[in-house]
Design a protein around this ligand. Sequence first.
Ligand SMILES: O=C(O)[C@@H](CO)OP(=O)(O)O
Ligand SMILES: [Mg+2]
Length: 411
Amino acid sequence: MIAHRVLFLVLDGISDRPCEALDGLTPLAAARTPVLDRIAGEGVCGIMDSIAPGIRPGSDTSHLALLGYPPQEYYTGRGPLEAEGTGIHMTAGMIGFRCNFATVDADGLVTDRRAGRISGTGPLSEAIRDGVDLSPLGVGFRLESGAGHRAALALVGEGLGDKVSSNDPKKEGVRPLTIRPCTDDPADRATADACNEFIRQSARVLFDHPMNVRRMEEGLPPANLLLIRGAGKMGAFPQFSERYGLSGSVISAATLISGIGKVVGLEHIPVPGTTGSVDSDLDAKVKTAIRELDKKEFVLMNIKGADEAGHDGKGVQKRDFIEVIDAALEPLLDLPDTLIVVCADHSTPCSIKDHSADPVPVVIRGPGVRTDRTARFDEISCAEGGLHRIRGCDLMPIALDLINKSHKYGA
Ligand SMILES: O=C(O)[C@@H](CO)OP(=O)(O)O
Ligand SMILES: [Mg+2]
């Protein structure tokens, strides 16, 4: 028997290092995960370097690699991908950025890069759209909120370059940086000037926005500054259906992932109630994936919350959310005719609150798969599985082979 459809389940940042709060276990190893363990027991397991050993992947470069688009060839920055995911269509001449709604204190120091993991920032983006004017610089802009503290910005105008730095210091307790051109090209200077002006004007709008006034009254950090990063123009991506002969959908609350899906030609299926955080409606997400697999041959589903817990350094919360994920995945066990691939896109160790290069666990389960002896889905058990150690770009070829869609190399 051979499967005819693929469910590609990325448990964002689920992989970790030993946590002190969990007696030296990783959150995944500490969690009770009967569903993932059954998938591991019925499948072939391994560990995976999303890009290559020792390379710390971003979620952008890792997802491109997992979908078989080597980032070394296709990556043009996070900004344009994140922008597409928020609904900003990136055309020639536009420069995309990823933004964080962040908090600075009265001294101008960044006190929270994520403004207390604020959500529902639509009114803030709207106020900035109304209150910021870059036309004296000959530049227009689009700004759209994403999930949580995330948003995307696109600058629109003649002669804008994409080789500019970020104002995000990537840590707290310091001032935001000034955005600078990375080359002598006047186009990069023009973009850097527009960015700095955008940040200045948007901070004025945010300063006394009613949503921030309310947050401060409630003792919550206000979203009074935008940190922007990941400048880039849209790249050219061969379409998924032509590359693999598969129709496909993407299910993700994280706009970066829906943006990547969209640009490679996957249909984005929004799911009400999903947030990209630990409060997401995972049952709705799983139901949508199952429904979508009746129509499409490939579904990419990303579940993000464990990554957030890793970034926040909360091992116990990460373990508990992994158990919530596991319970939500139960209906997938009975899916007929389906190759299920489960992996993380990168490790997000609670001990470093960021991504690391530690390889992630991976399992492939479905008809025809040569089952190995691993029956537990965690970083250590999967290292003993039959896939051994693969790279992110190996995953699509392996899946295509297992569903009989790969071409013979040679005659
Ligand atoms: O979006 C996110 O979840 C993370 C990592 O991609 O970014 P940040 O650290 O800016 O929150
Ligand atoms: Mg990620």
